[in-house]
Design a protein around this ligand. Structure first.
Ligand SMILES: *Cc1c(COP(=O)(O)O)cnc(C)c1O
Length: 492
């Protein structure tokens, strides 16, 4: 292979090469030979030649994979202020609970009377999410936030159709929205229209009014929005949409700013997904698994997907058929492991302390904003919610961009913040500390950011353009890596 290991120190370099040059003959497993002719049960897909996978002894393999894990940044190894992602620490007790053999070894198709314990926990979670969101009816089945969006828009569509209002096929989406919002609406067969934000980063009420008509099925709204600001006109926004016959879909990815303090249902939102892998713990590096339960009000309740969990006397039943339901959107009752971690996380705080999640998350974000607001440009002044937004406007004058700042942070020991999102803000840097970081950690991060700003001012920008110098991989072609990933071992 032609990989560049120039950033790897001596010993590690040898080990890295060992893996890639290992010979198949050295494979540590030996399987018994087979004498009989096997029928081709694989319909011609049986491998006809050796796979060419490198053979290594067990300790060599273990070292290889442990080393790879150490080349990655993780919440276990450092601060991870990735805005919009809520990369909070995941208490180990939640892992222990989700891995209890009596929970982890269940089969999704087991008869319901044999899994009453786990169903009780999930049912309880359903009730809690209903209470937290102020939207009493909850489905746990969607497998991610985006999947929850799809389920929600399908329910909204079914609601309009059930009223014979089949013209409503438009979904309004603010220009600050996460990309999954218009994508989910399109997947549900809707047309999307973009709503331009006002100069303060919030919804422009006049623009909203001008877009509302009898073809609008819903407005999709994130609150606080992706600039970290609370949509303070939320009550009026919901009133306007309802008056025009539409419903309000809430993107609940930013629930960390509200949990235990304010409820989307009380604001007038009809339907909301909850990224439990953001707000309620679960390791979500590497893209999953997650879960996106959806909470709805009475209007949308009949359309919830199946299977549904229903309590009858002292038993929880799994109901697979329901006439007005949008149907099944997932192979089982949900990603149980992720849901159980959420149950544990919520239970650990309890009803009386849940608000501390939001309060501490918001306090931490505002502390960062206060420390950095003179060194970095703040596009929307004022208090933020659980994340704060900066831009590279002051650094750009010295030829330093958001990407350089982010890459320099890696050398200083921090995962970068979210960069260039939301798209409406030039050179955006979205910083979300979450409630789980100490003041000391946050101060070290702010010190690093201030040091970068000072380097810019001093014209000492070379290190910023060269960064990162420390990791194995430096500046990658991220588009190529995402669009054309190399996922198989290269054949000779
Ligand atoms: C993360 C996120 C989503 C999508 O959630 P997934 O669970 O990643 O599918 C949608 N909207 C916002 C604002 C998000 O931050």
């Amino acid at each position: 292979m032609t990989d560049d290991y120039s950033g790897v120190s001596g010993m590690q370099h040898e080990e890295a090469l060992l893996f890639e040059h290992a010979h198949e003959a050295a494979t540590p497993i030996s399987l018994p030979g087979i004498d009989a002719e096997l029928p081709d049960a694989l319909n011609g897909f049986r491998r006809s030649r050796q796979a060419g996978i490198p053979g290594l002894s067990e300790p060599e393999s273990v070292r290889h994979f442990v080393r790879l894990s150490q080349w990655n940044h993780s919440i276990e190894t450092g601060f991870y202020p990735l805005g919009s992602c809520t990369m909070k620490y995941n208490p180990r007790v939640n892992e222990q609970l989700a891995r209890l053999p009596g929970l982890a070894q269940l089969h999704p198709d087991q008869p319901e009377e044999s899994v009453q314990g786990v169903l009780e926990l999930l049912y309880e979670l359903q009730q809690w999410l209903g209470e937290i969101t102020g939207l009493a009816h909850v489905t746990l089945t969607p497998a991610a936030g985006a999947h929850g969006e799809l389920a929600g828009i399908m329910m909204i569509r079914a609601y309009h159709d059930a009223r014979g209002d089949r013209r409503r096929r438009t979904v309004l989406v603010p220009d600050s929205a996460h990309g999954t919002n218009p994508a989910s609406a399109a997947l549900a067969g809707m047309q999307t229209i973009e709503i331009k934000s006002a100069a303060n980063g919030r919804i422009d009420l006049d623009e909203l009014r001008s877009r509302l008509n009898d073809e609008v099925a819903a407005l999709m709204l994130t609150n606080p929005n992706t600039t970290g600001m609370f949509e303070s006109d939320i009550a009026e926004i919901c009133r306007l949409v309802h008056e025009a016959g539409g419903l309000v879909y809430g993107d609940g990815a930013n629930l960390n700013a509200l949990v235990g303090v304010a409820r989307p249902g009380d604001m007038g939102i009809d339907c909301l997904h909850i990224n439990v892998h953001k707000t309620f713990s679960t390791p979500h590096g590497g893209g999953g698994p997650g879960t996106g339960p959806v909470a709805v009000n009475d209007t949308l309740a009949p359309f919830l997907p199946v299977p549904k969990l229903v309590r009858e006397n002292n038993t929880i039943r799994i109901v697979h058929r329901d006439e007005r339901s949008i149907g099944s959107i997932f192979g089982s009752i949900g990603q149980t492991g992720v849901l159980l971690r959420a149950t544990a996380y919520i239970a650990a705080f309890g009803r009386d302390a849940l608000h501390r999640i939001a309060e501490d998350a918001v306090l931490n974000a505002n502390y960062i904003l206060a420390r950095l607001k003179d060194a970095y440009h703040v596009p929307f002044p004022g208090l933020c919610k659980h994340e704060c937004l900066l831009t590279d406007e002051k650094q750009e004058r010295h030829g330093v961009k958001t990407l350089d700042i982010a890459k320099r942070l890696i050398d200083l020991g921090f995962h970068p913040m979210t960069v260039y999102f939301p798209l409406i803000v030039h050179g955006a840097m979205l910083i979300e500390p979450t409630e789980s970081e100490s003041r000391e950690t946050i101060d070290r991060f702010c010190d690093a950011m201030l040091e970068i700003a000072r380097q810019c001012e001093a014209g000492d920008t070379e290190a910023l353009h060269q960064a990162p110098l420390m990791p194995i991989r430096r500046r990658l072609d991220e588009t190529l890596a995402a669009r054309k990933p190399v996922l198989v071992w290269p054949e000779d």
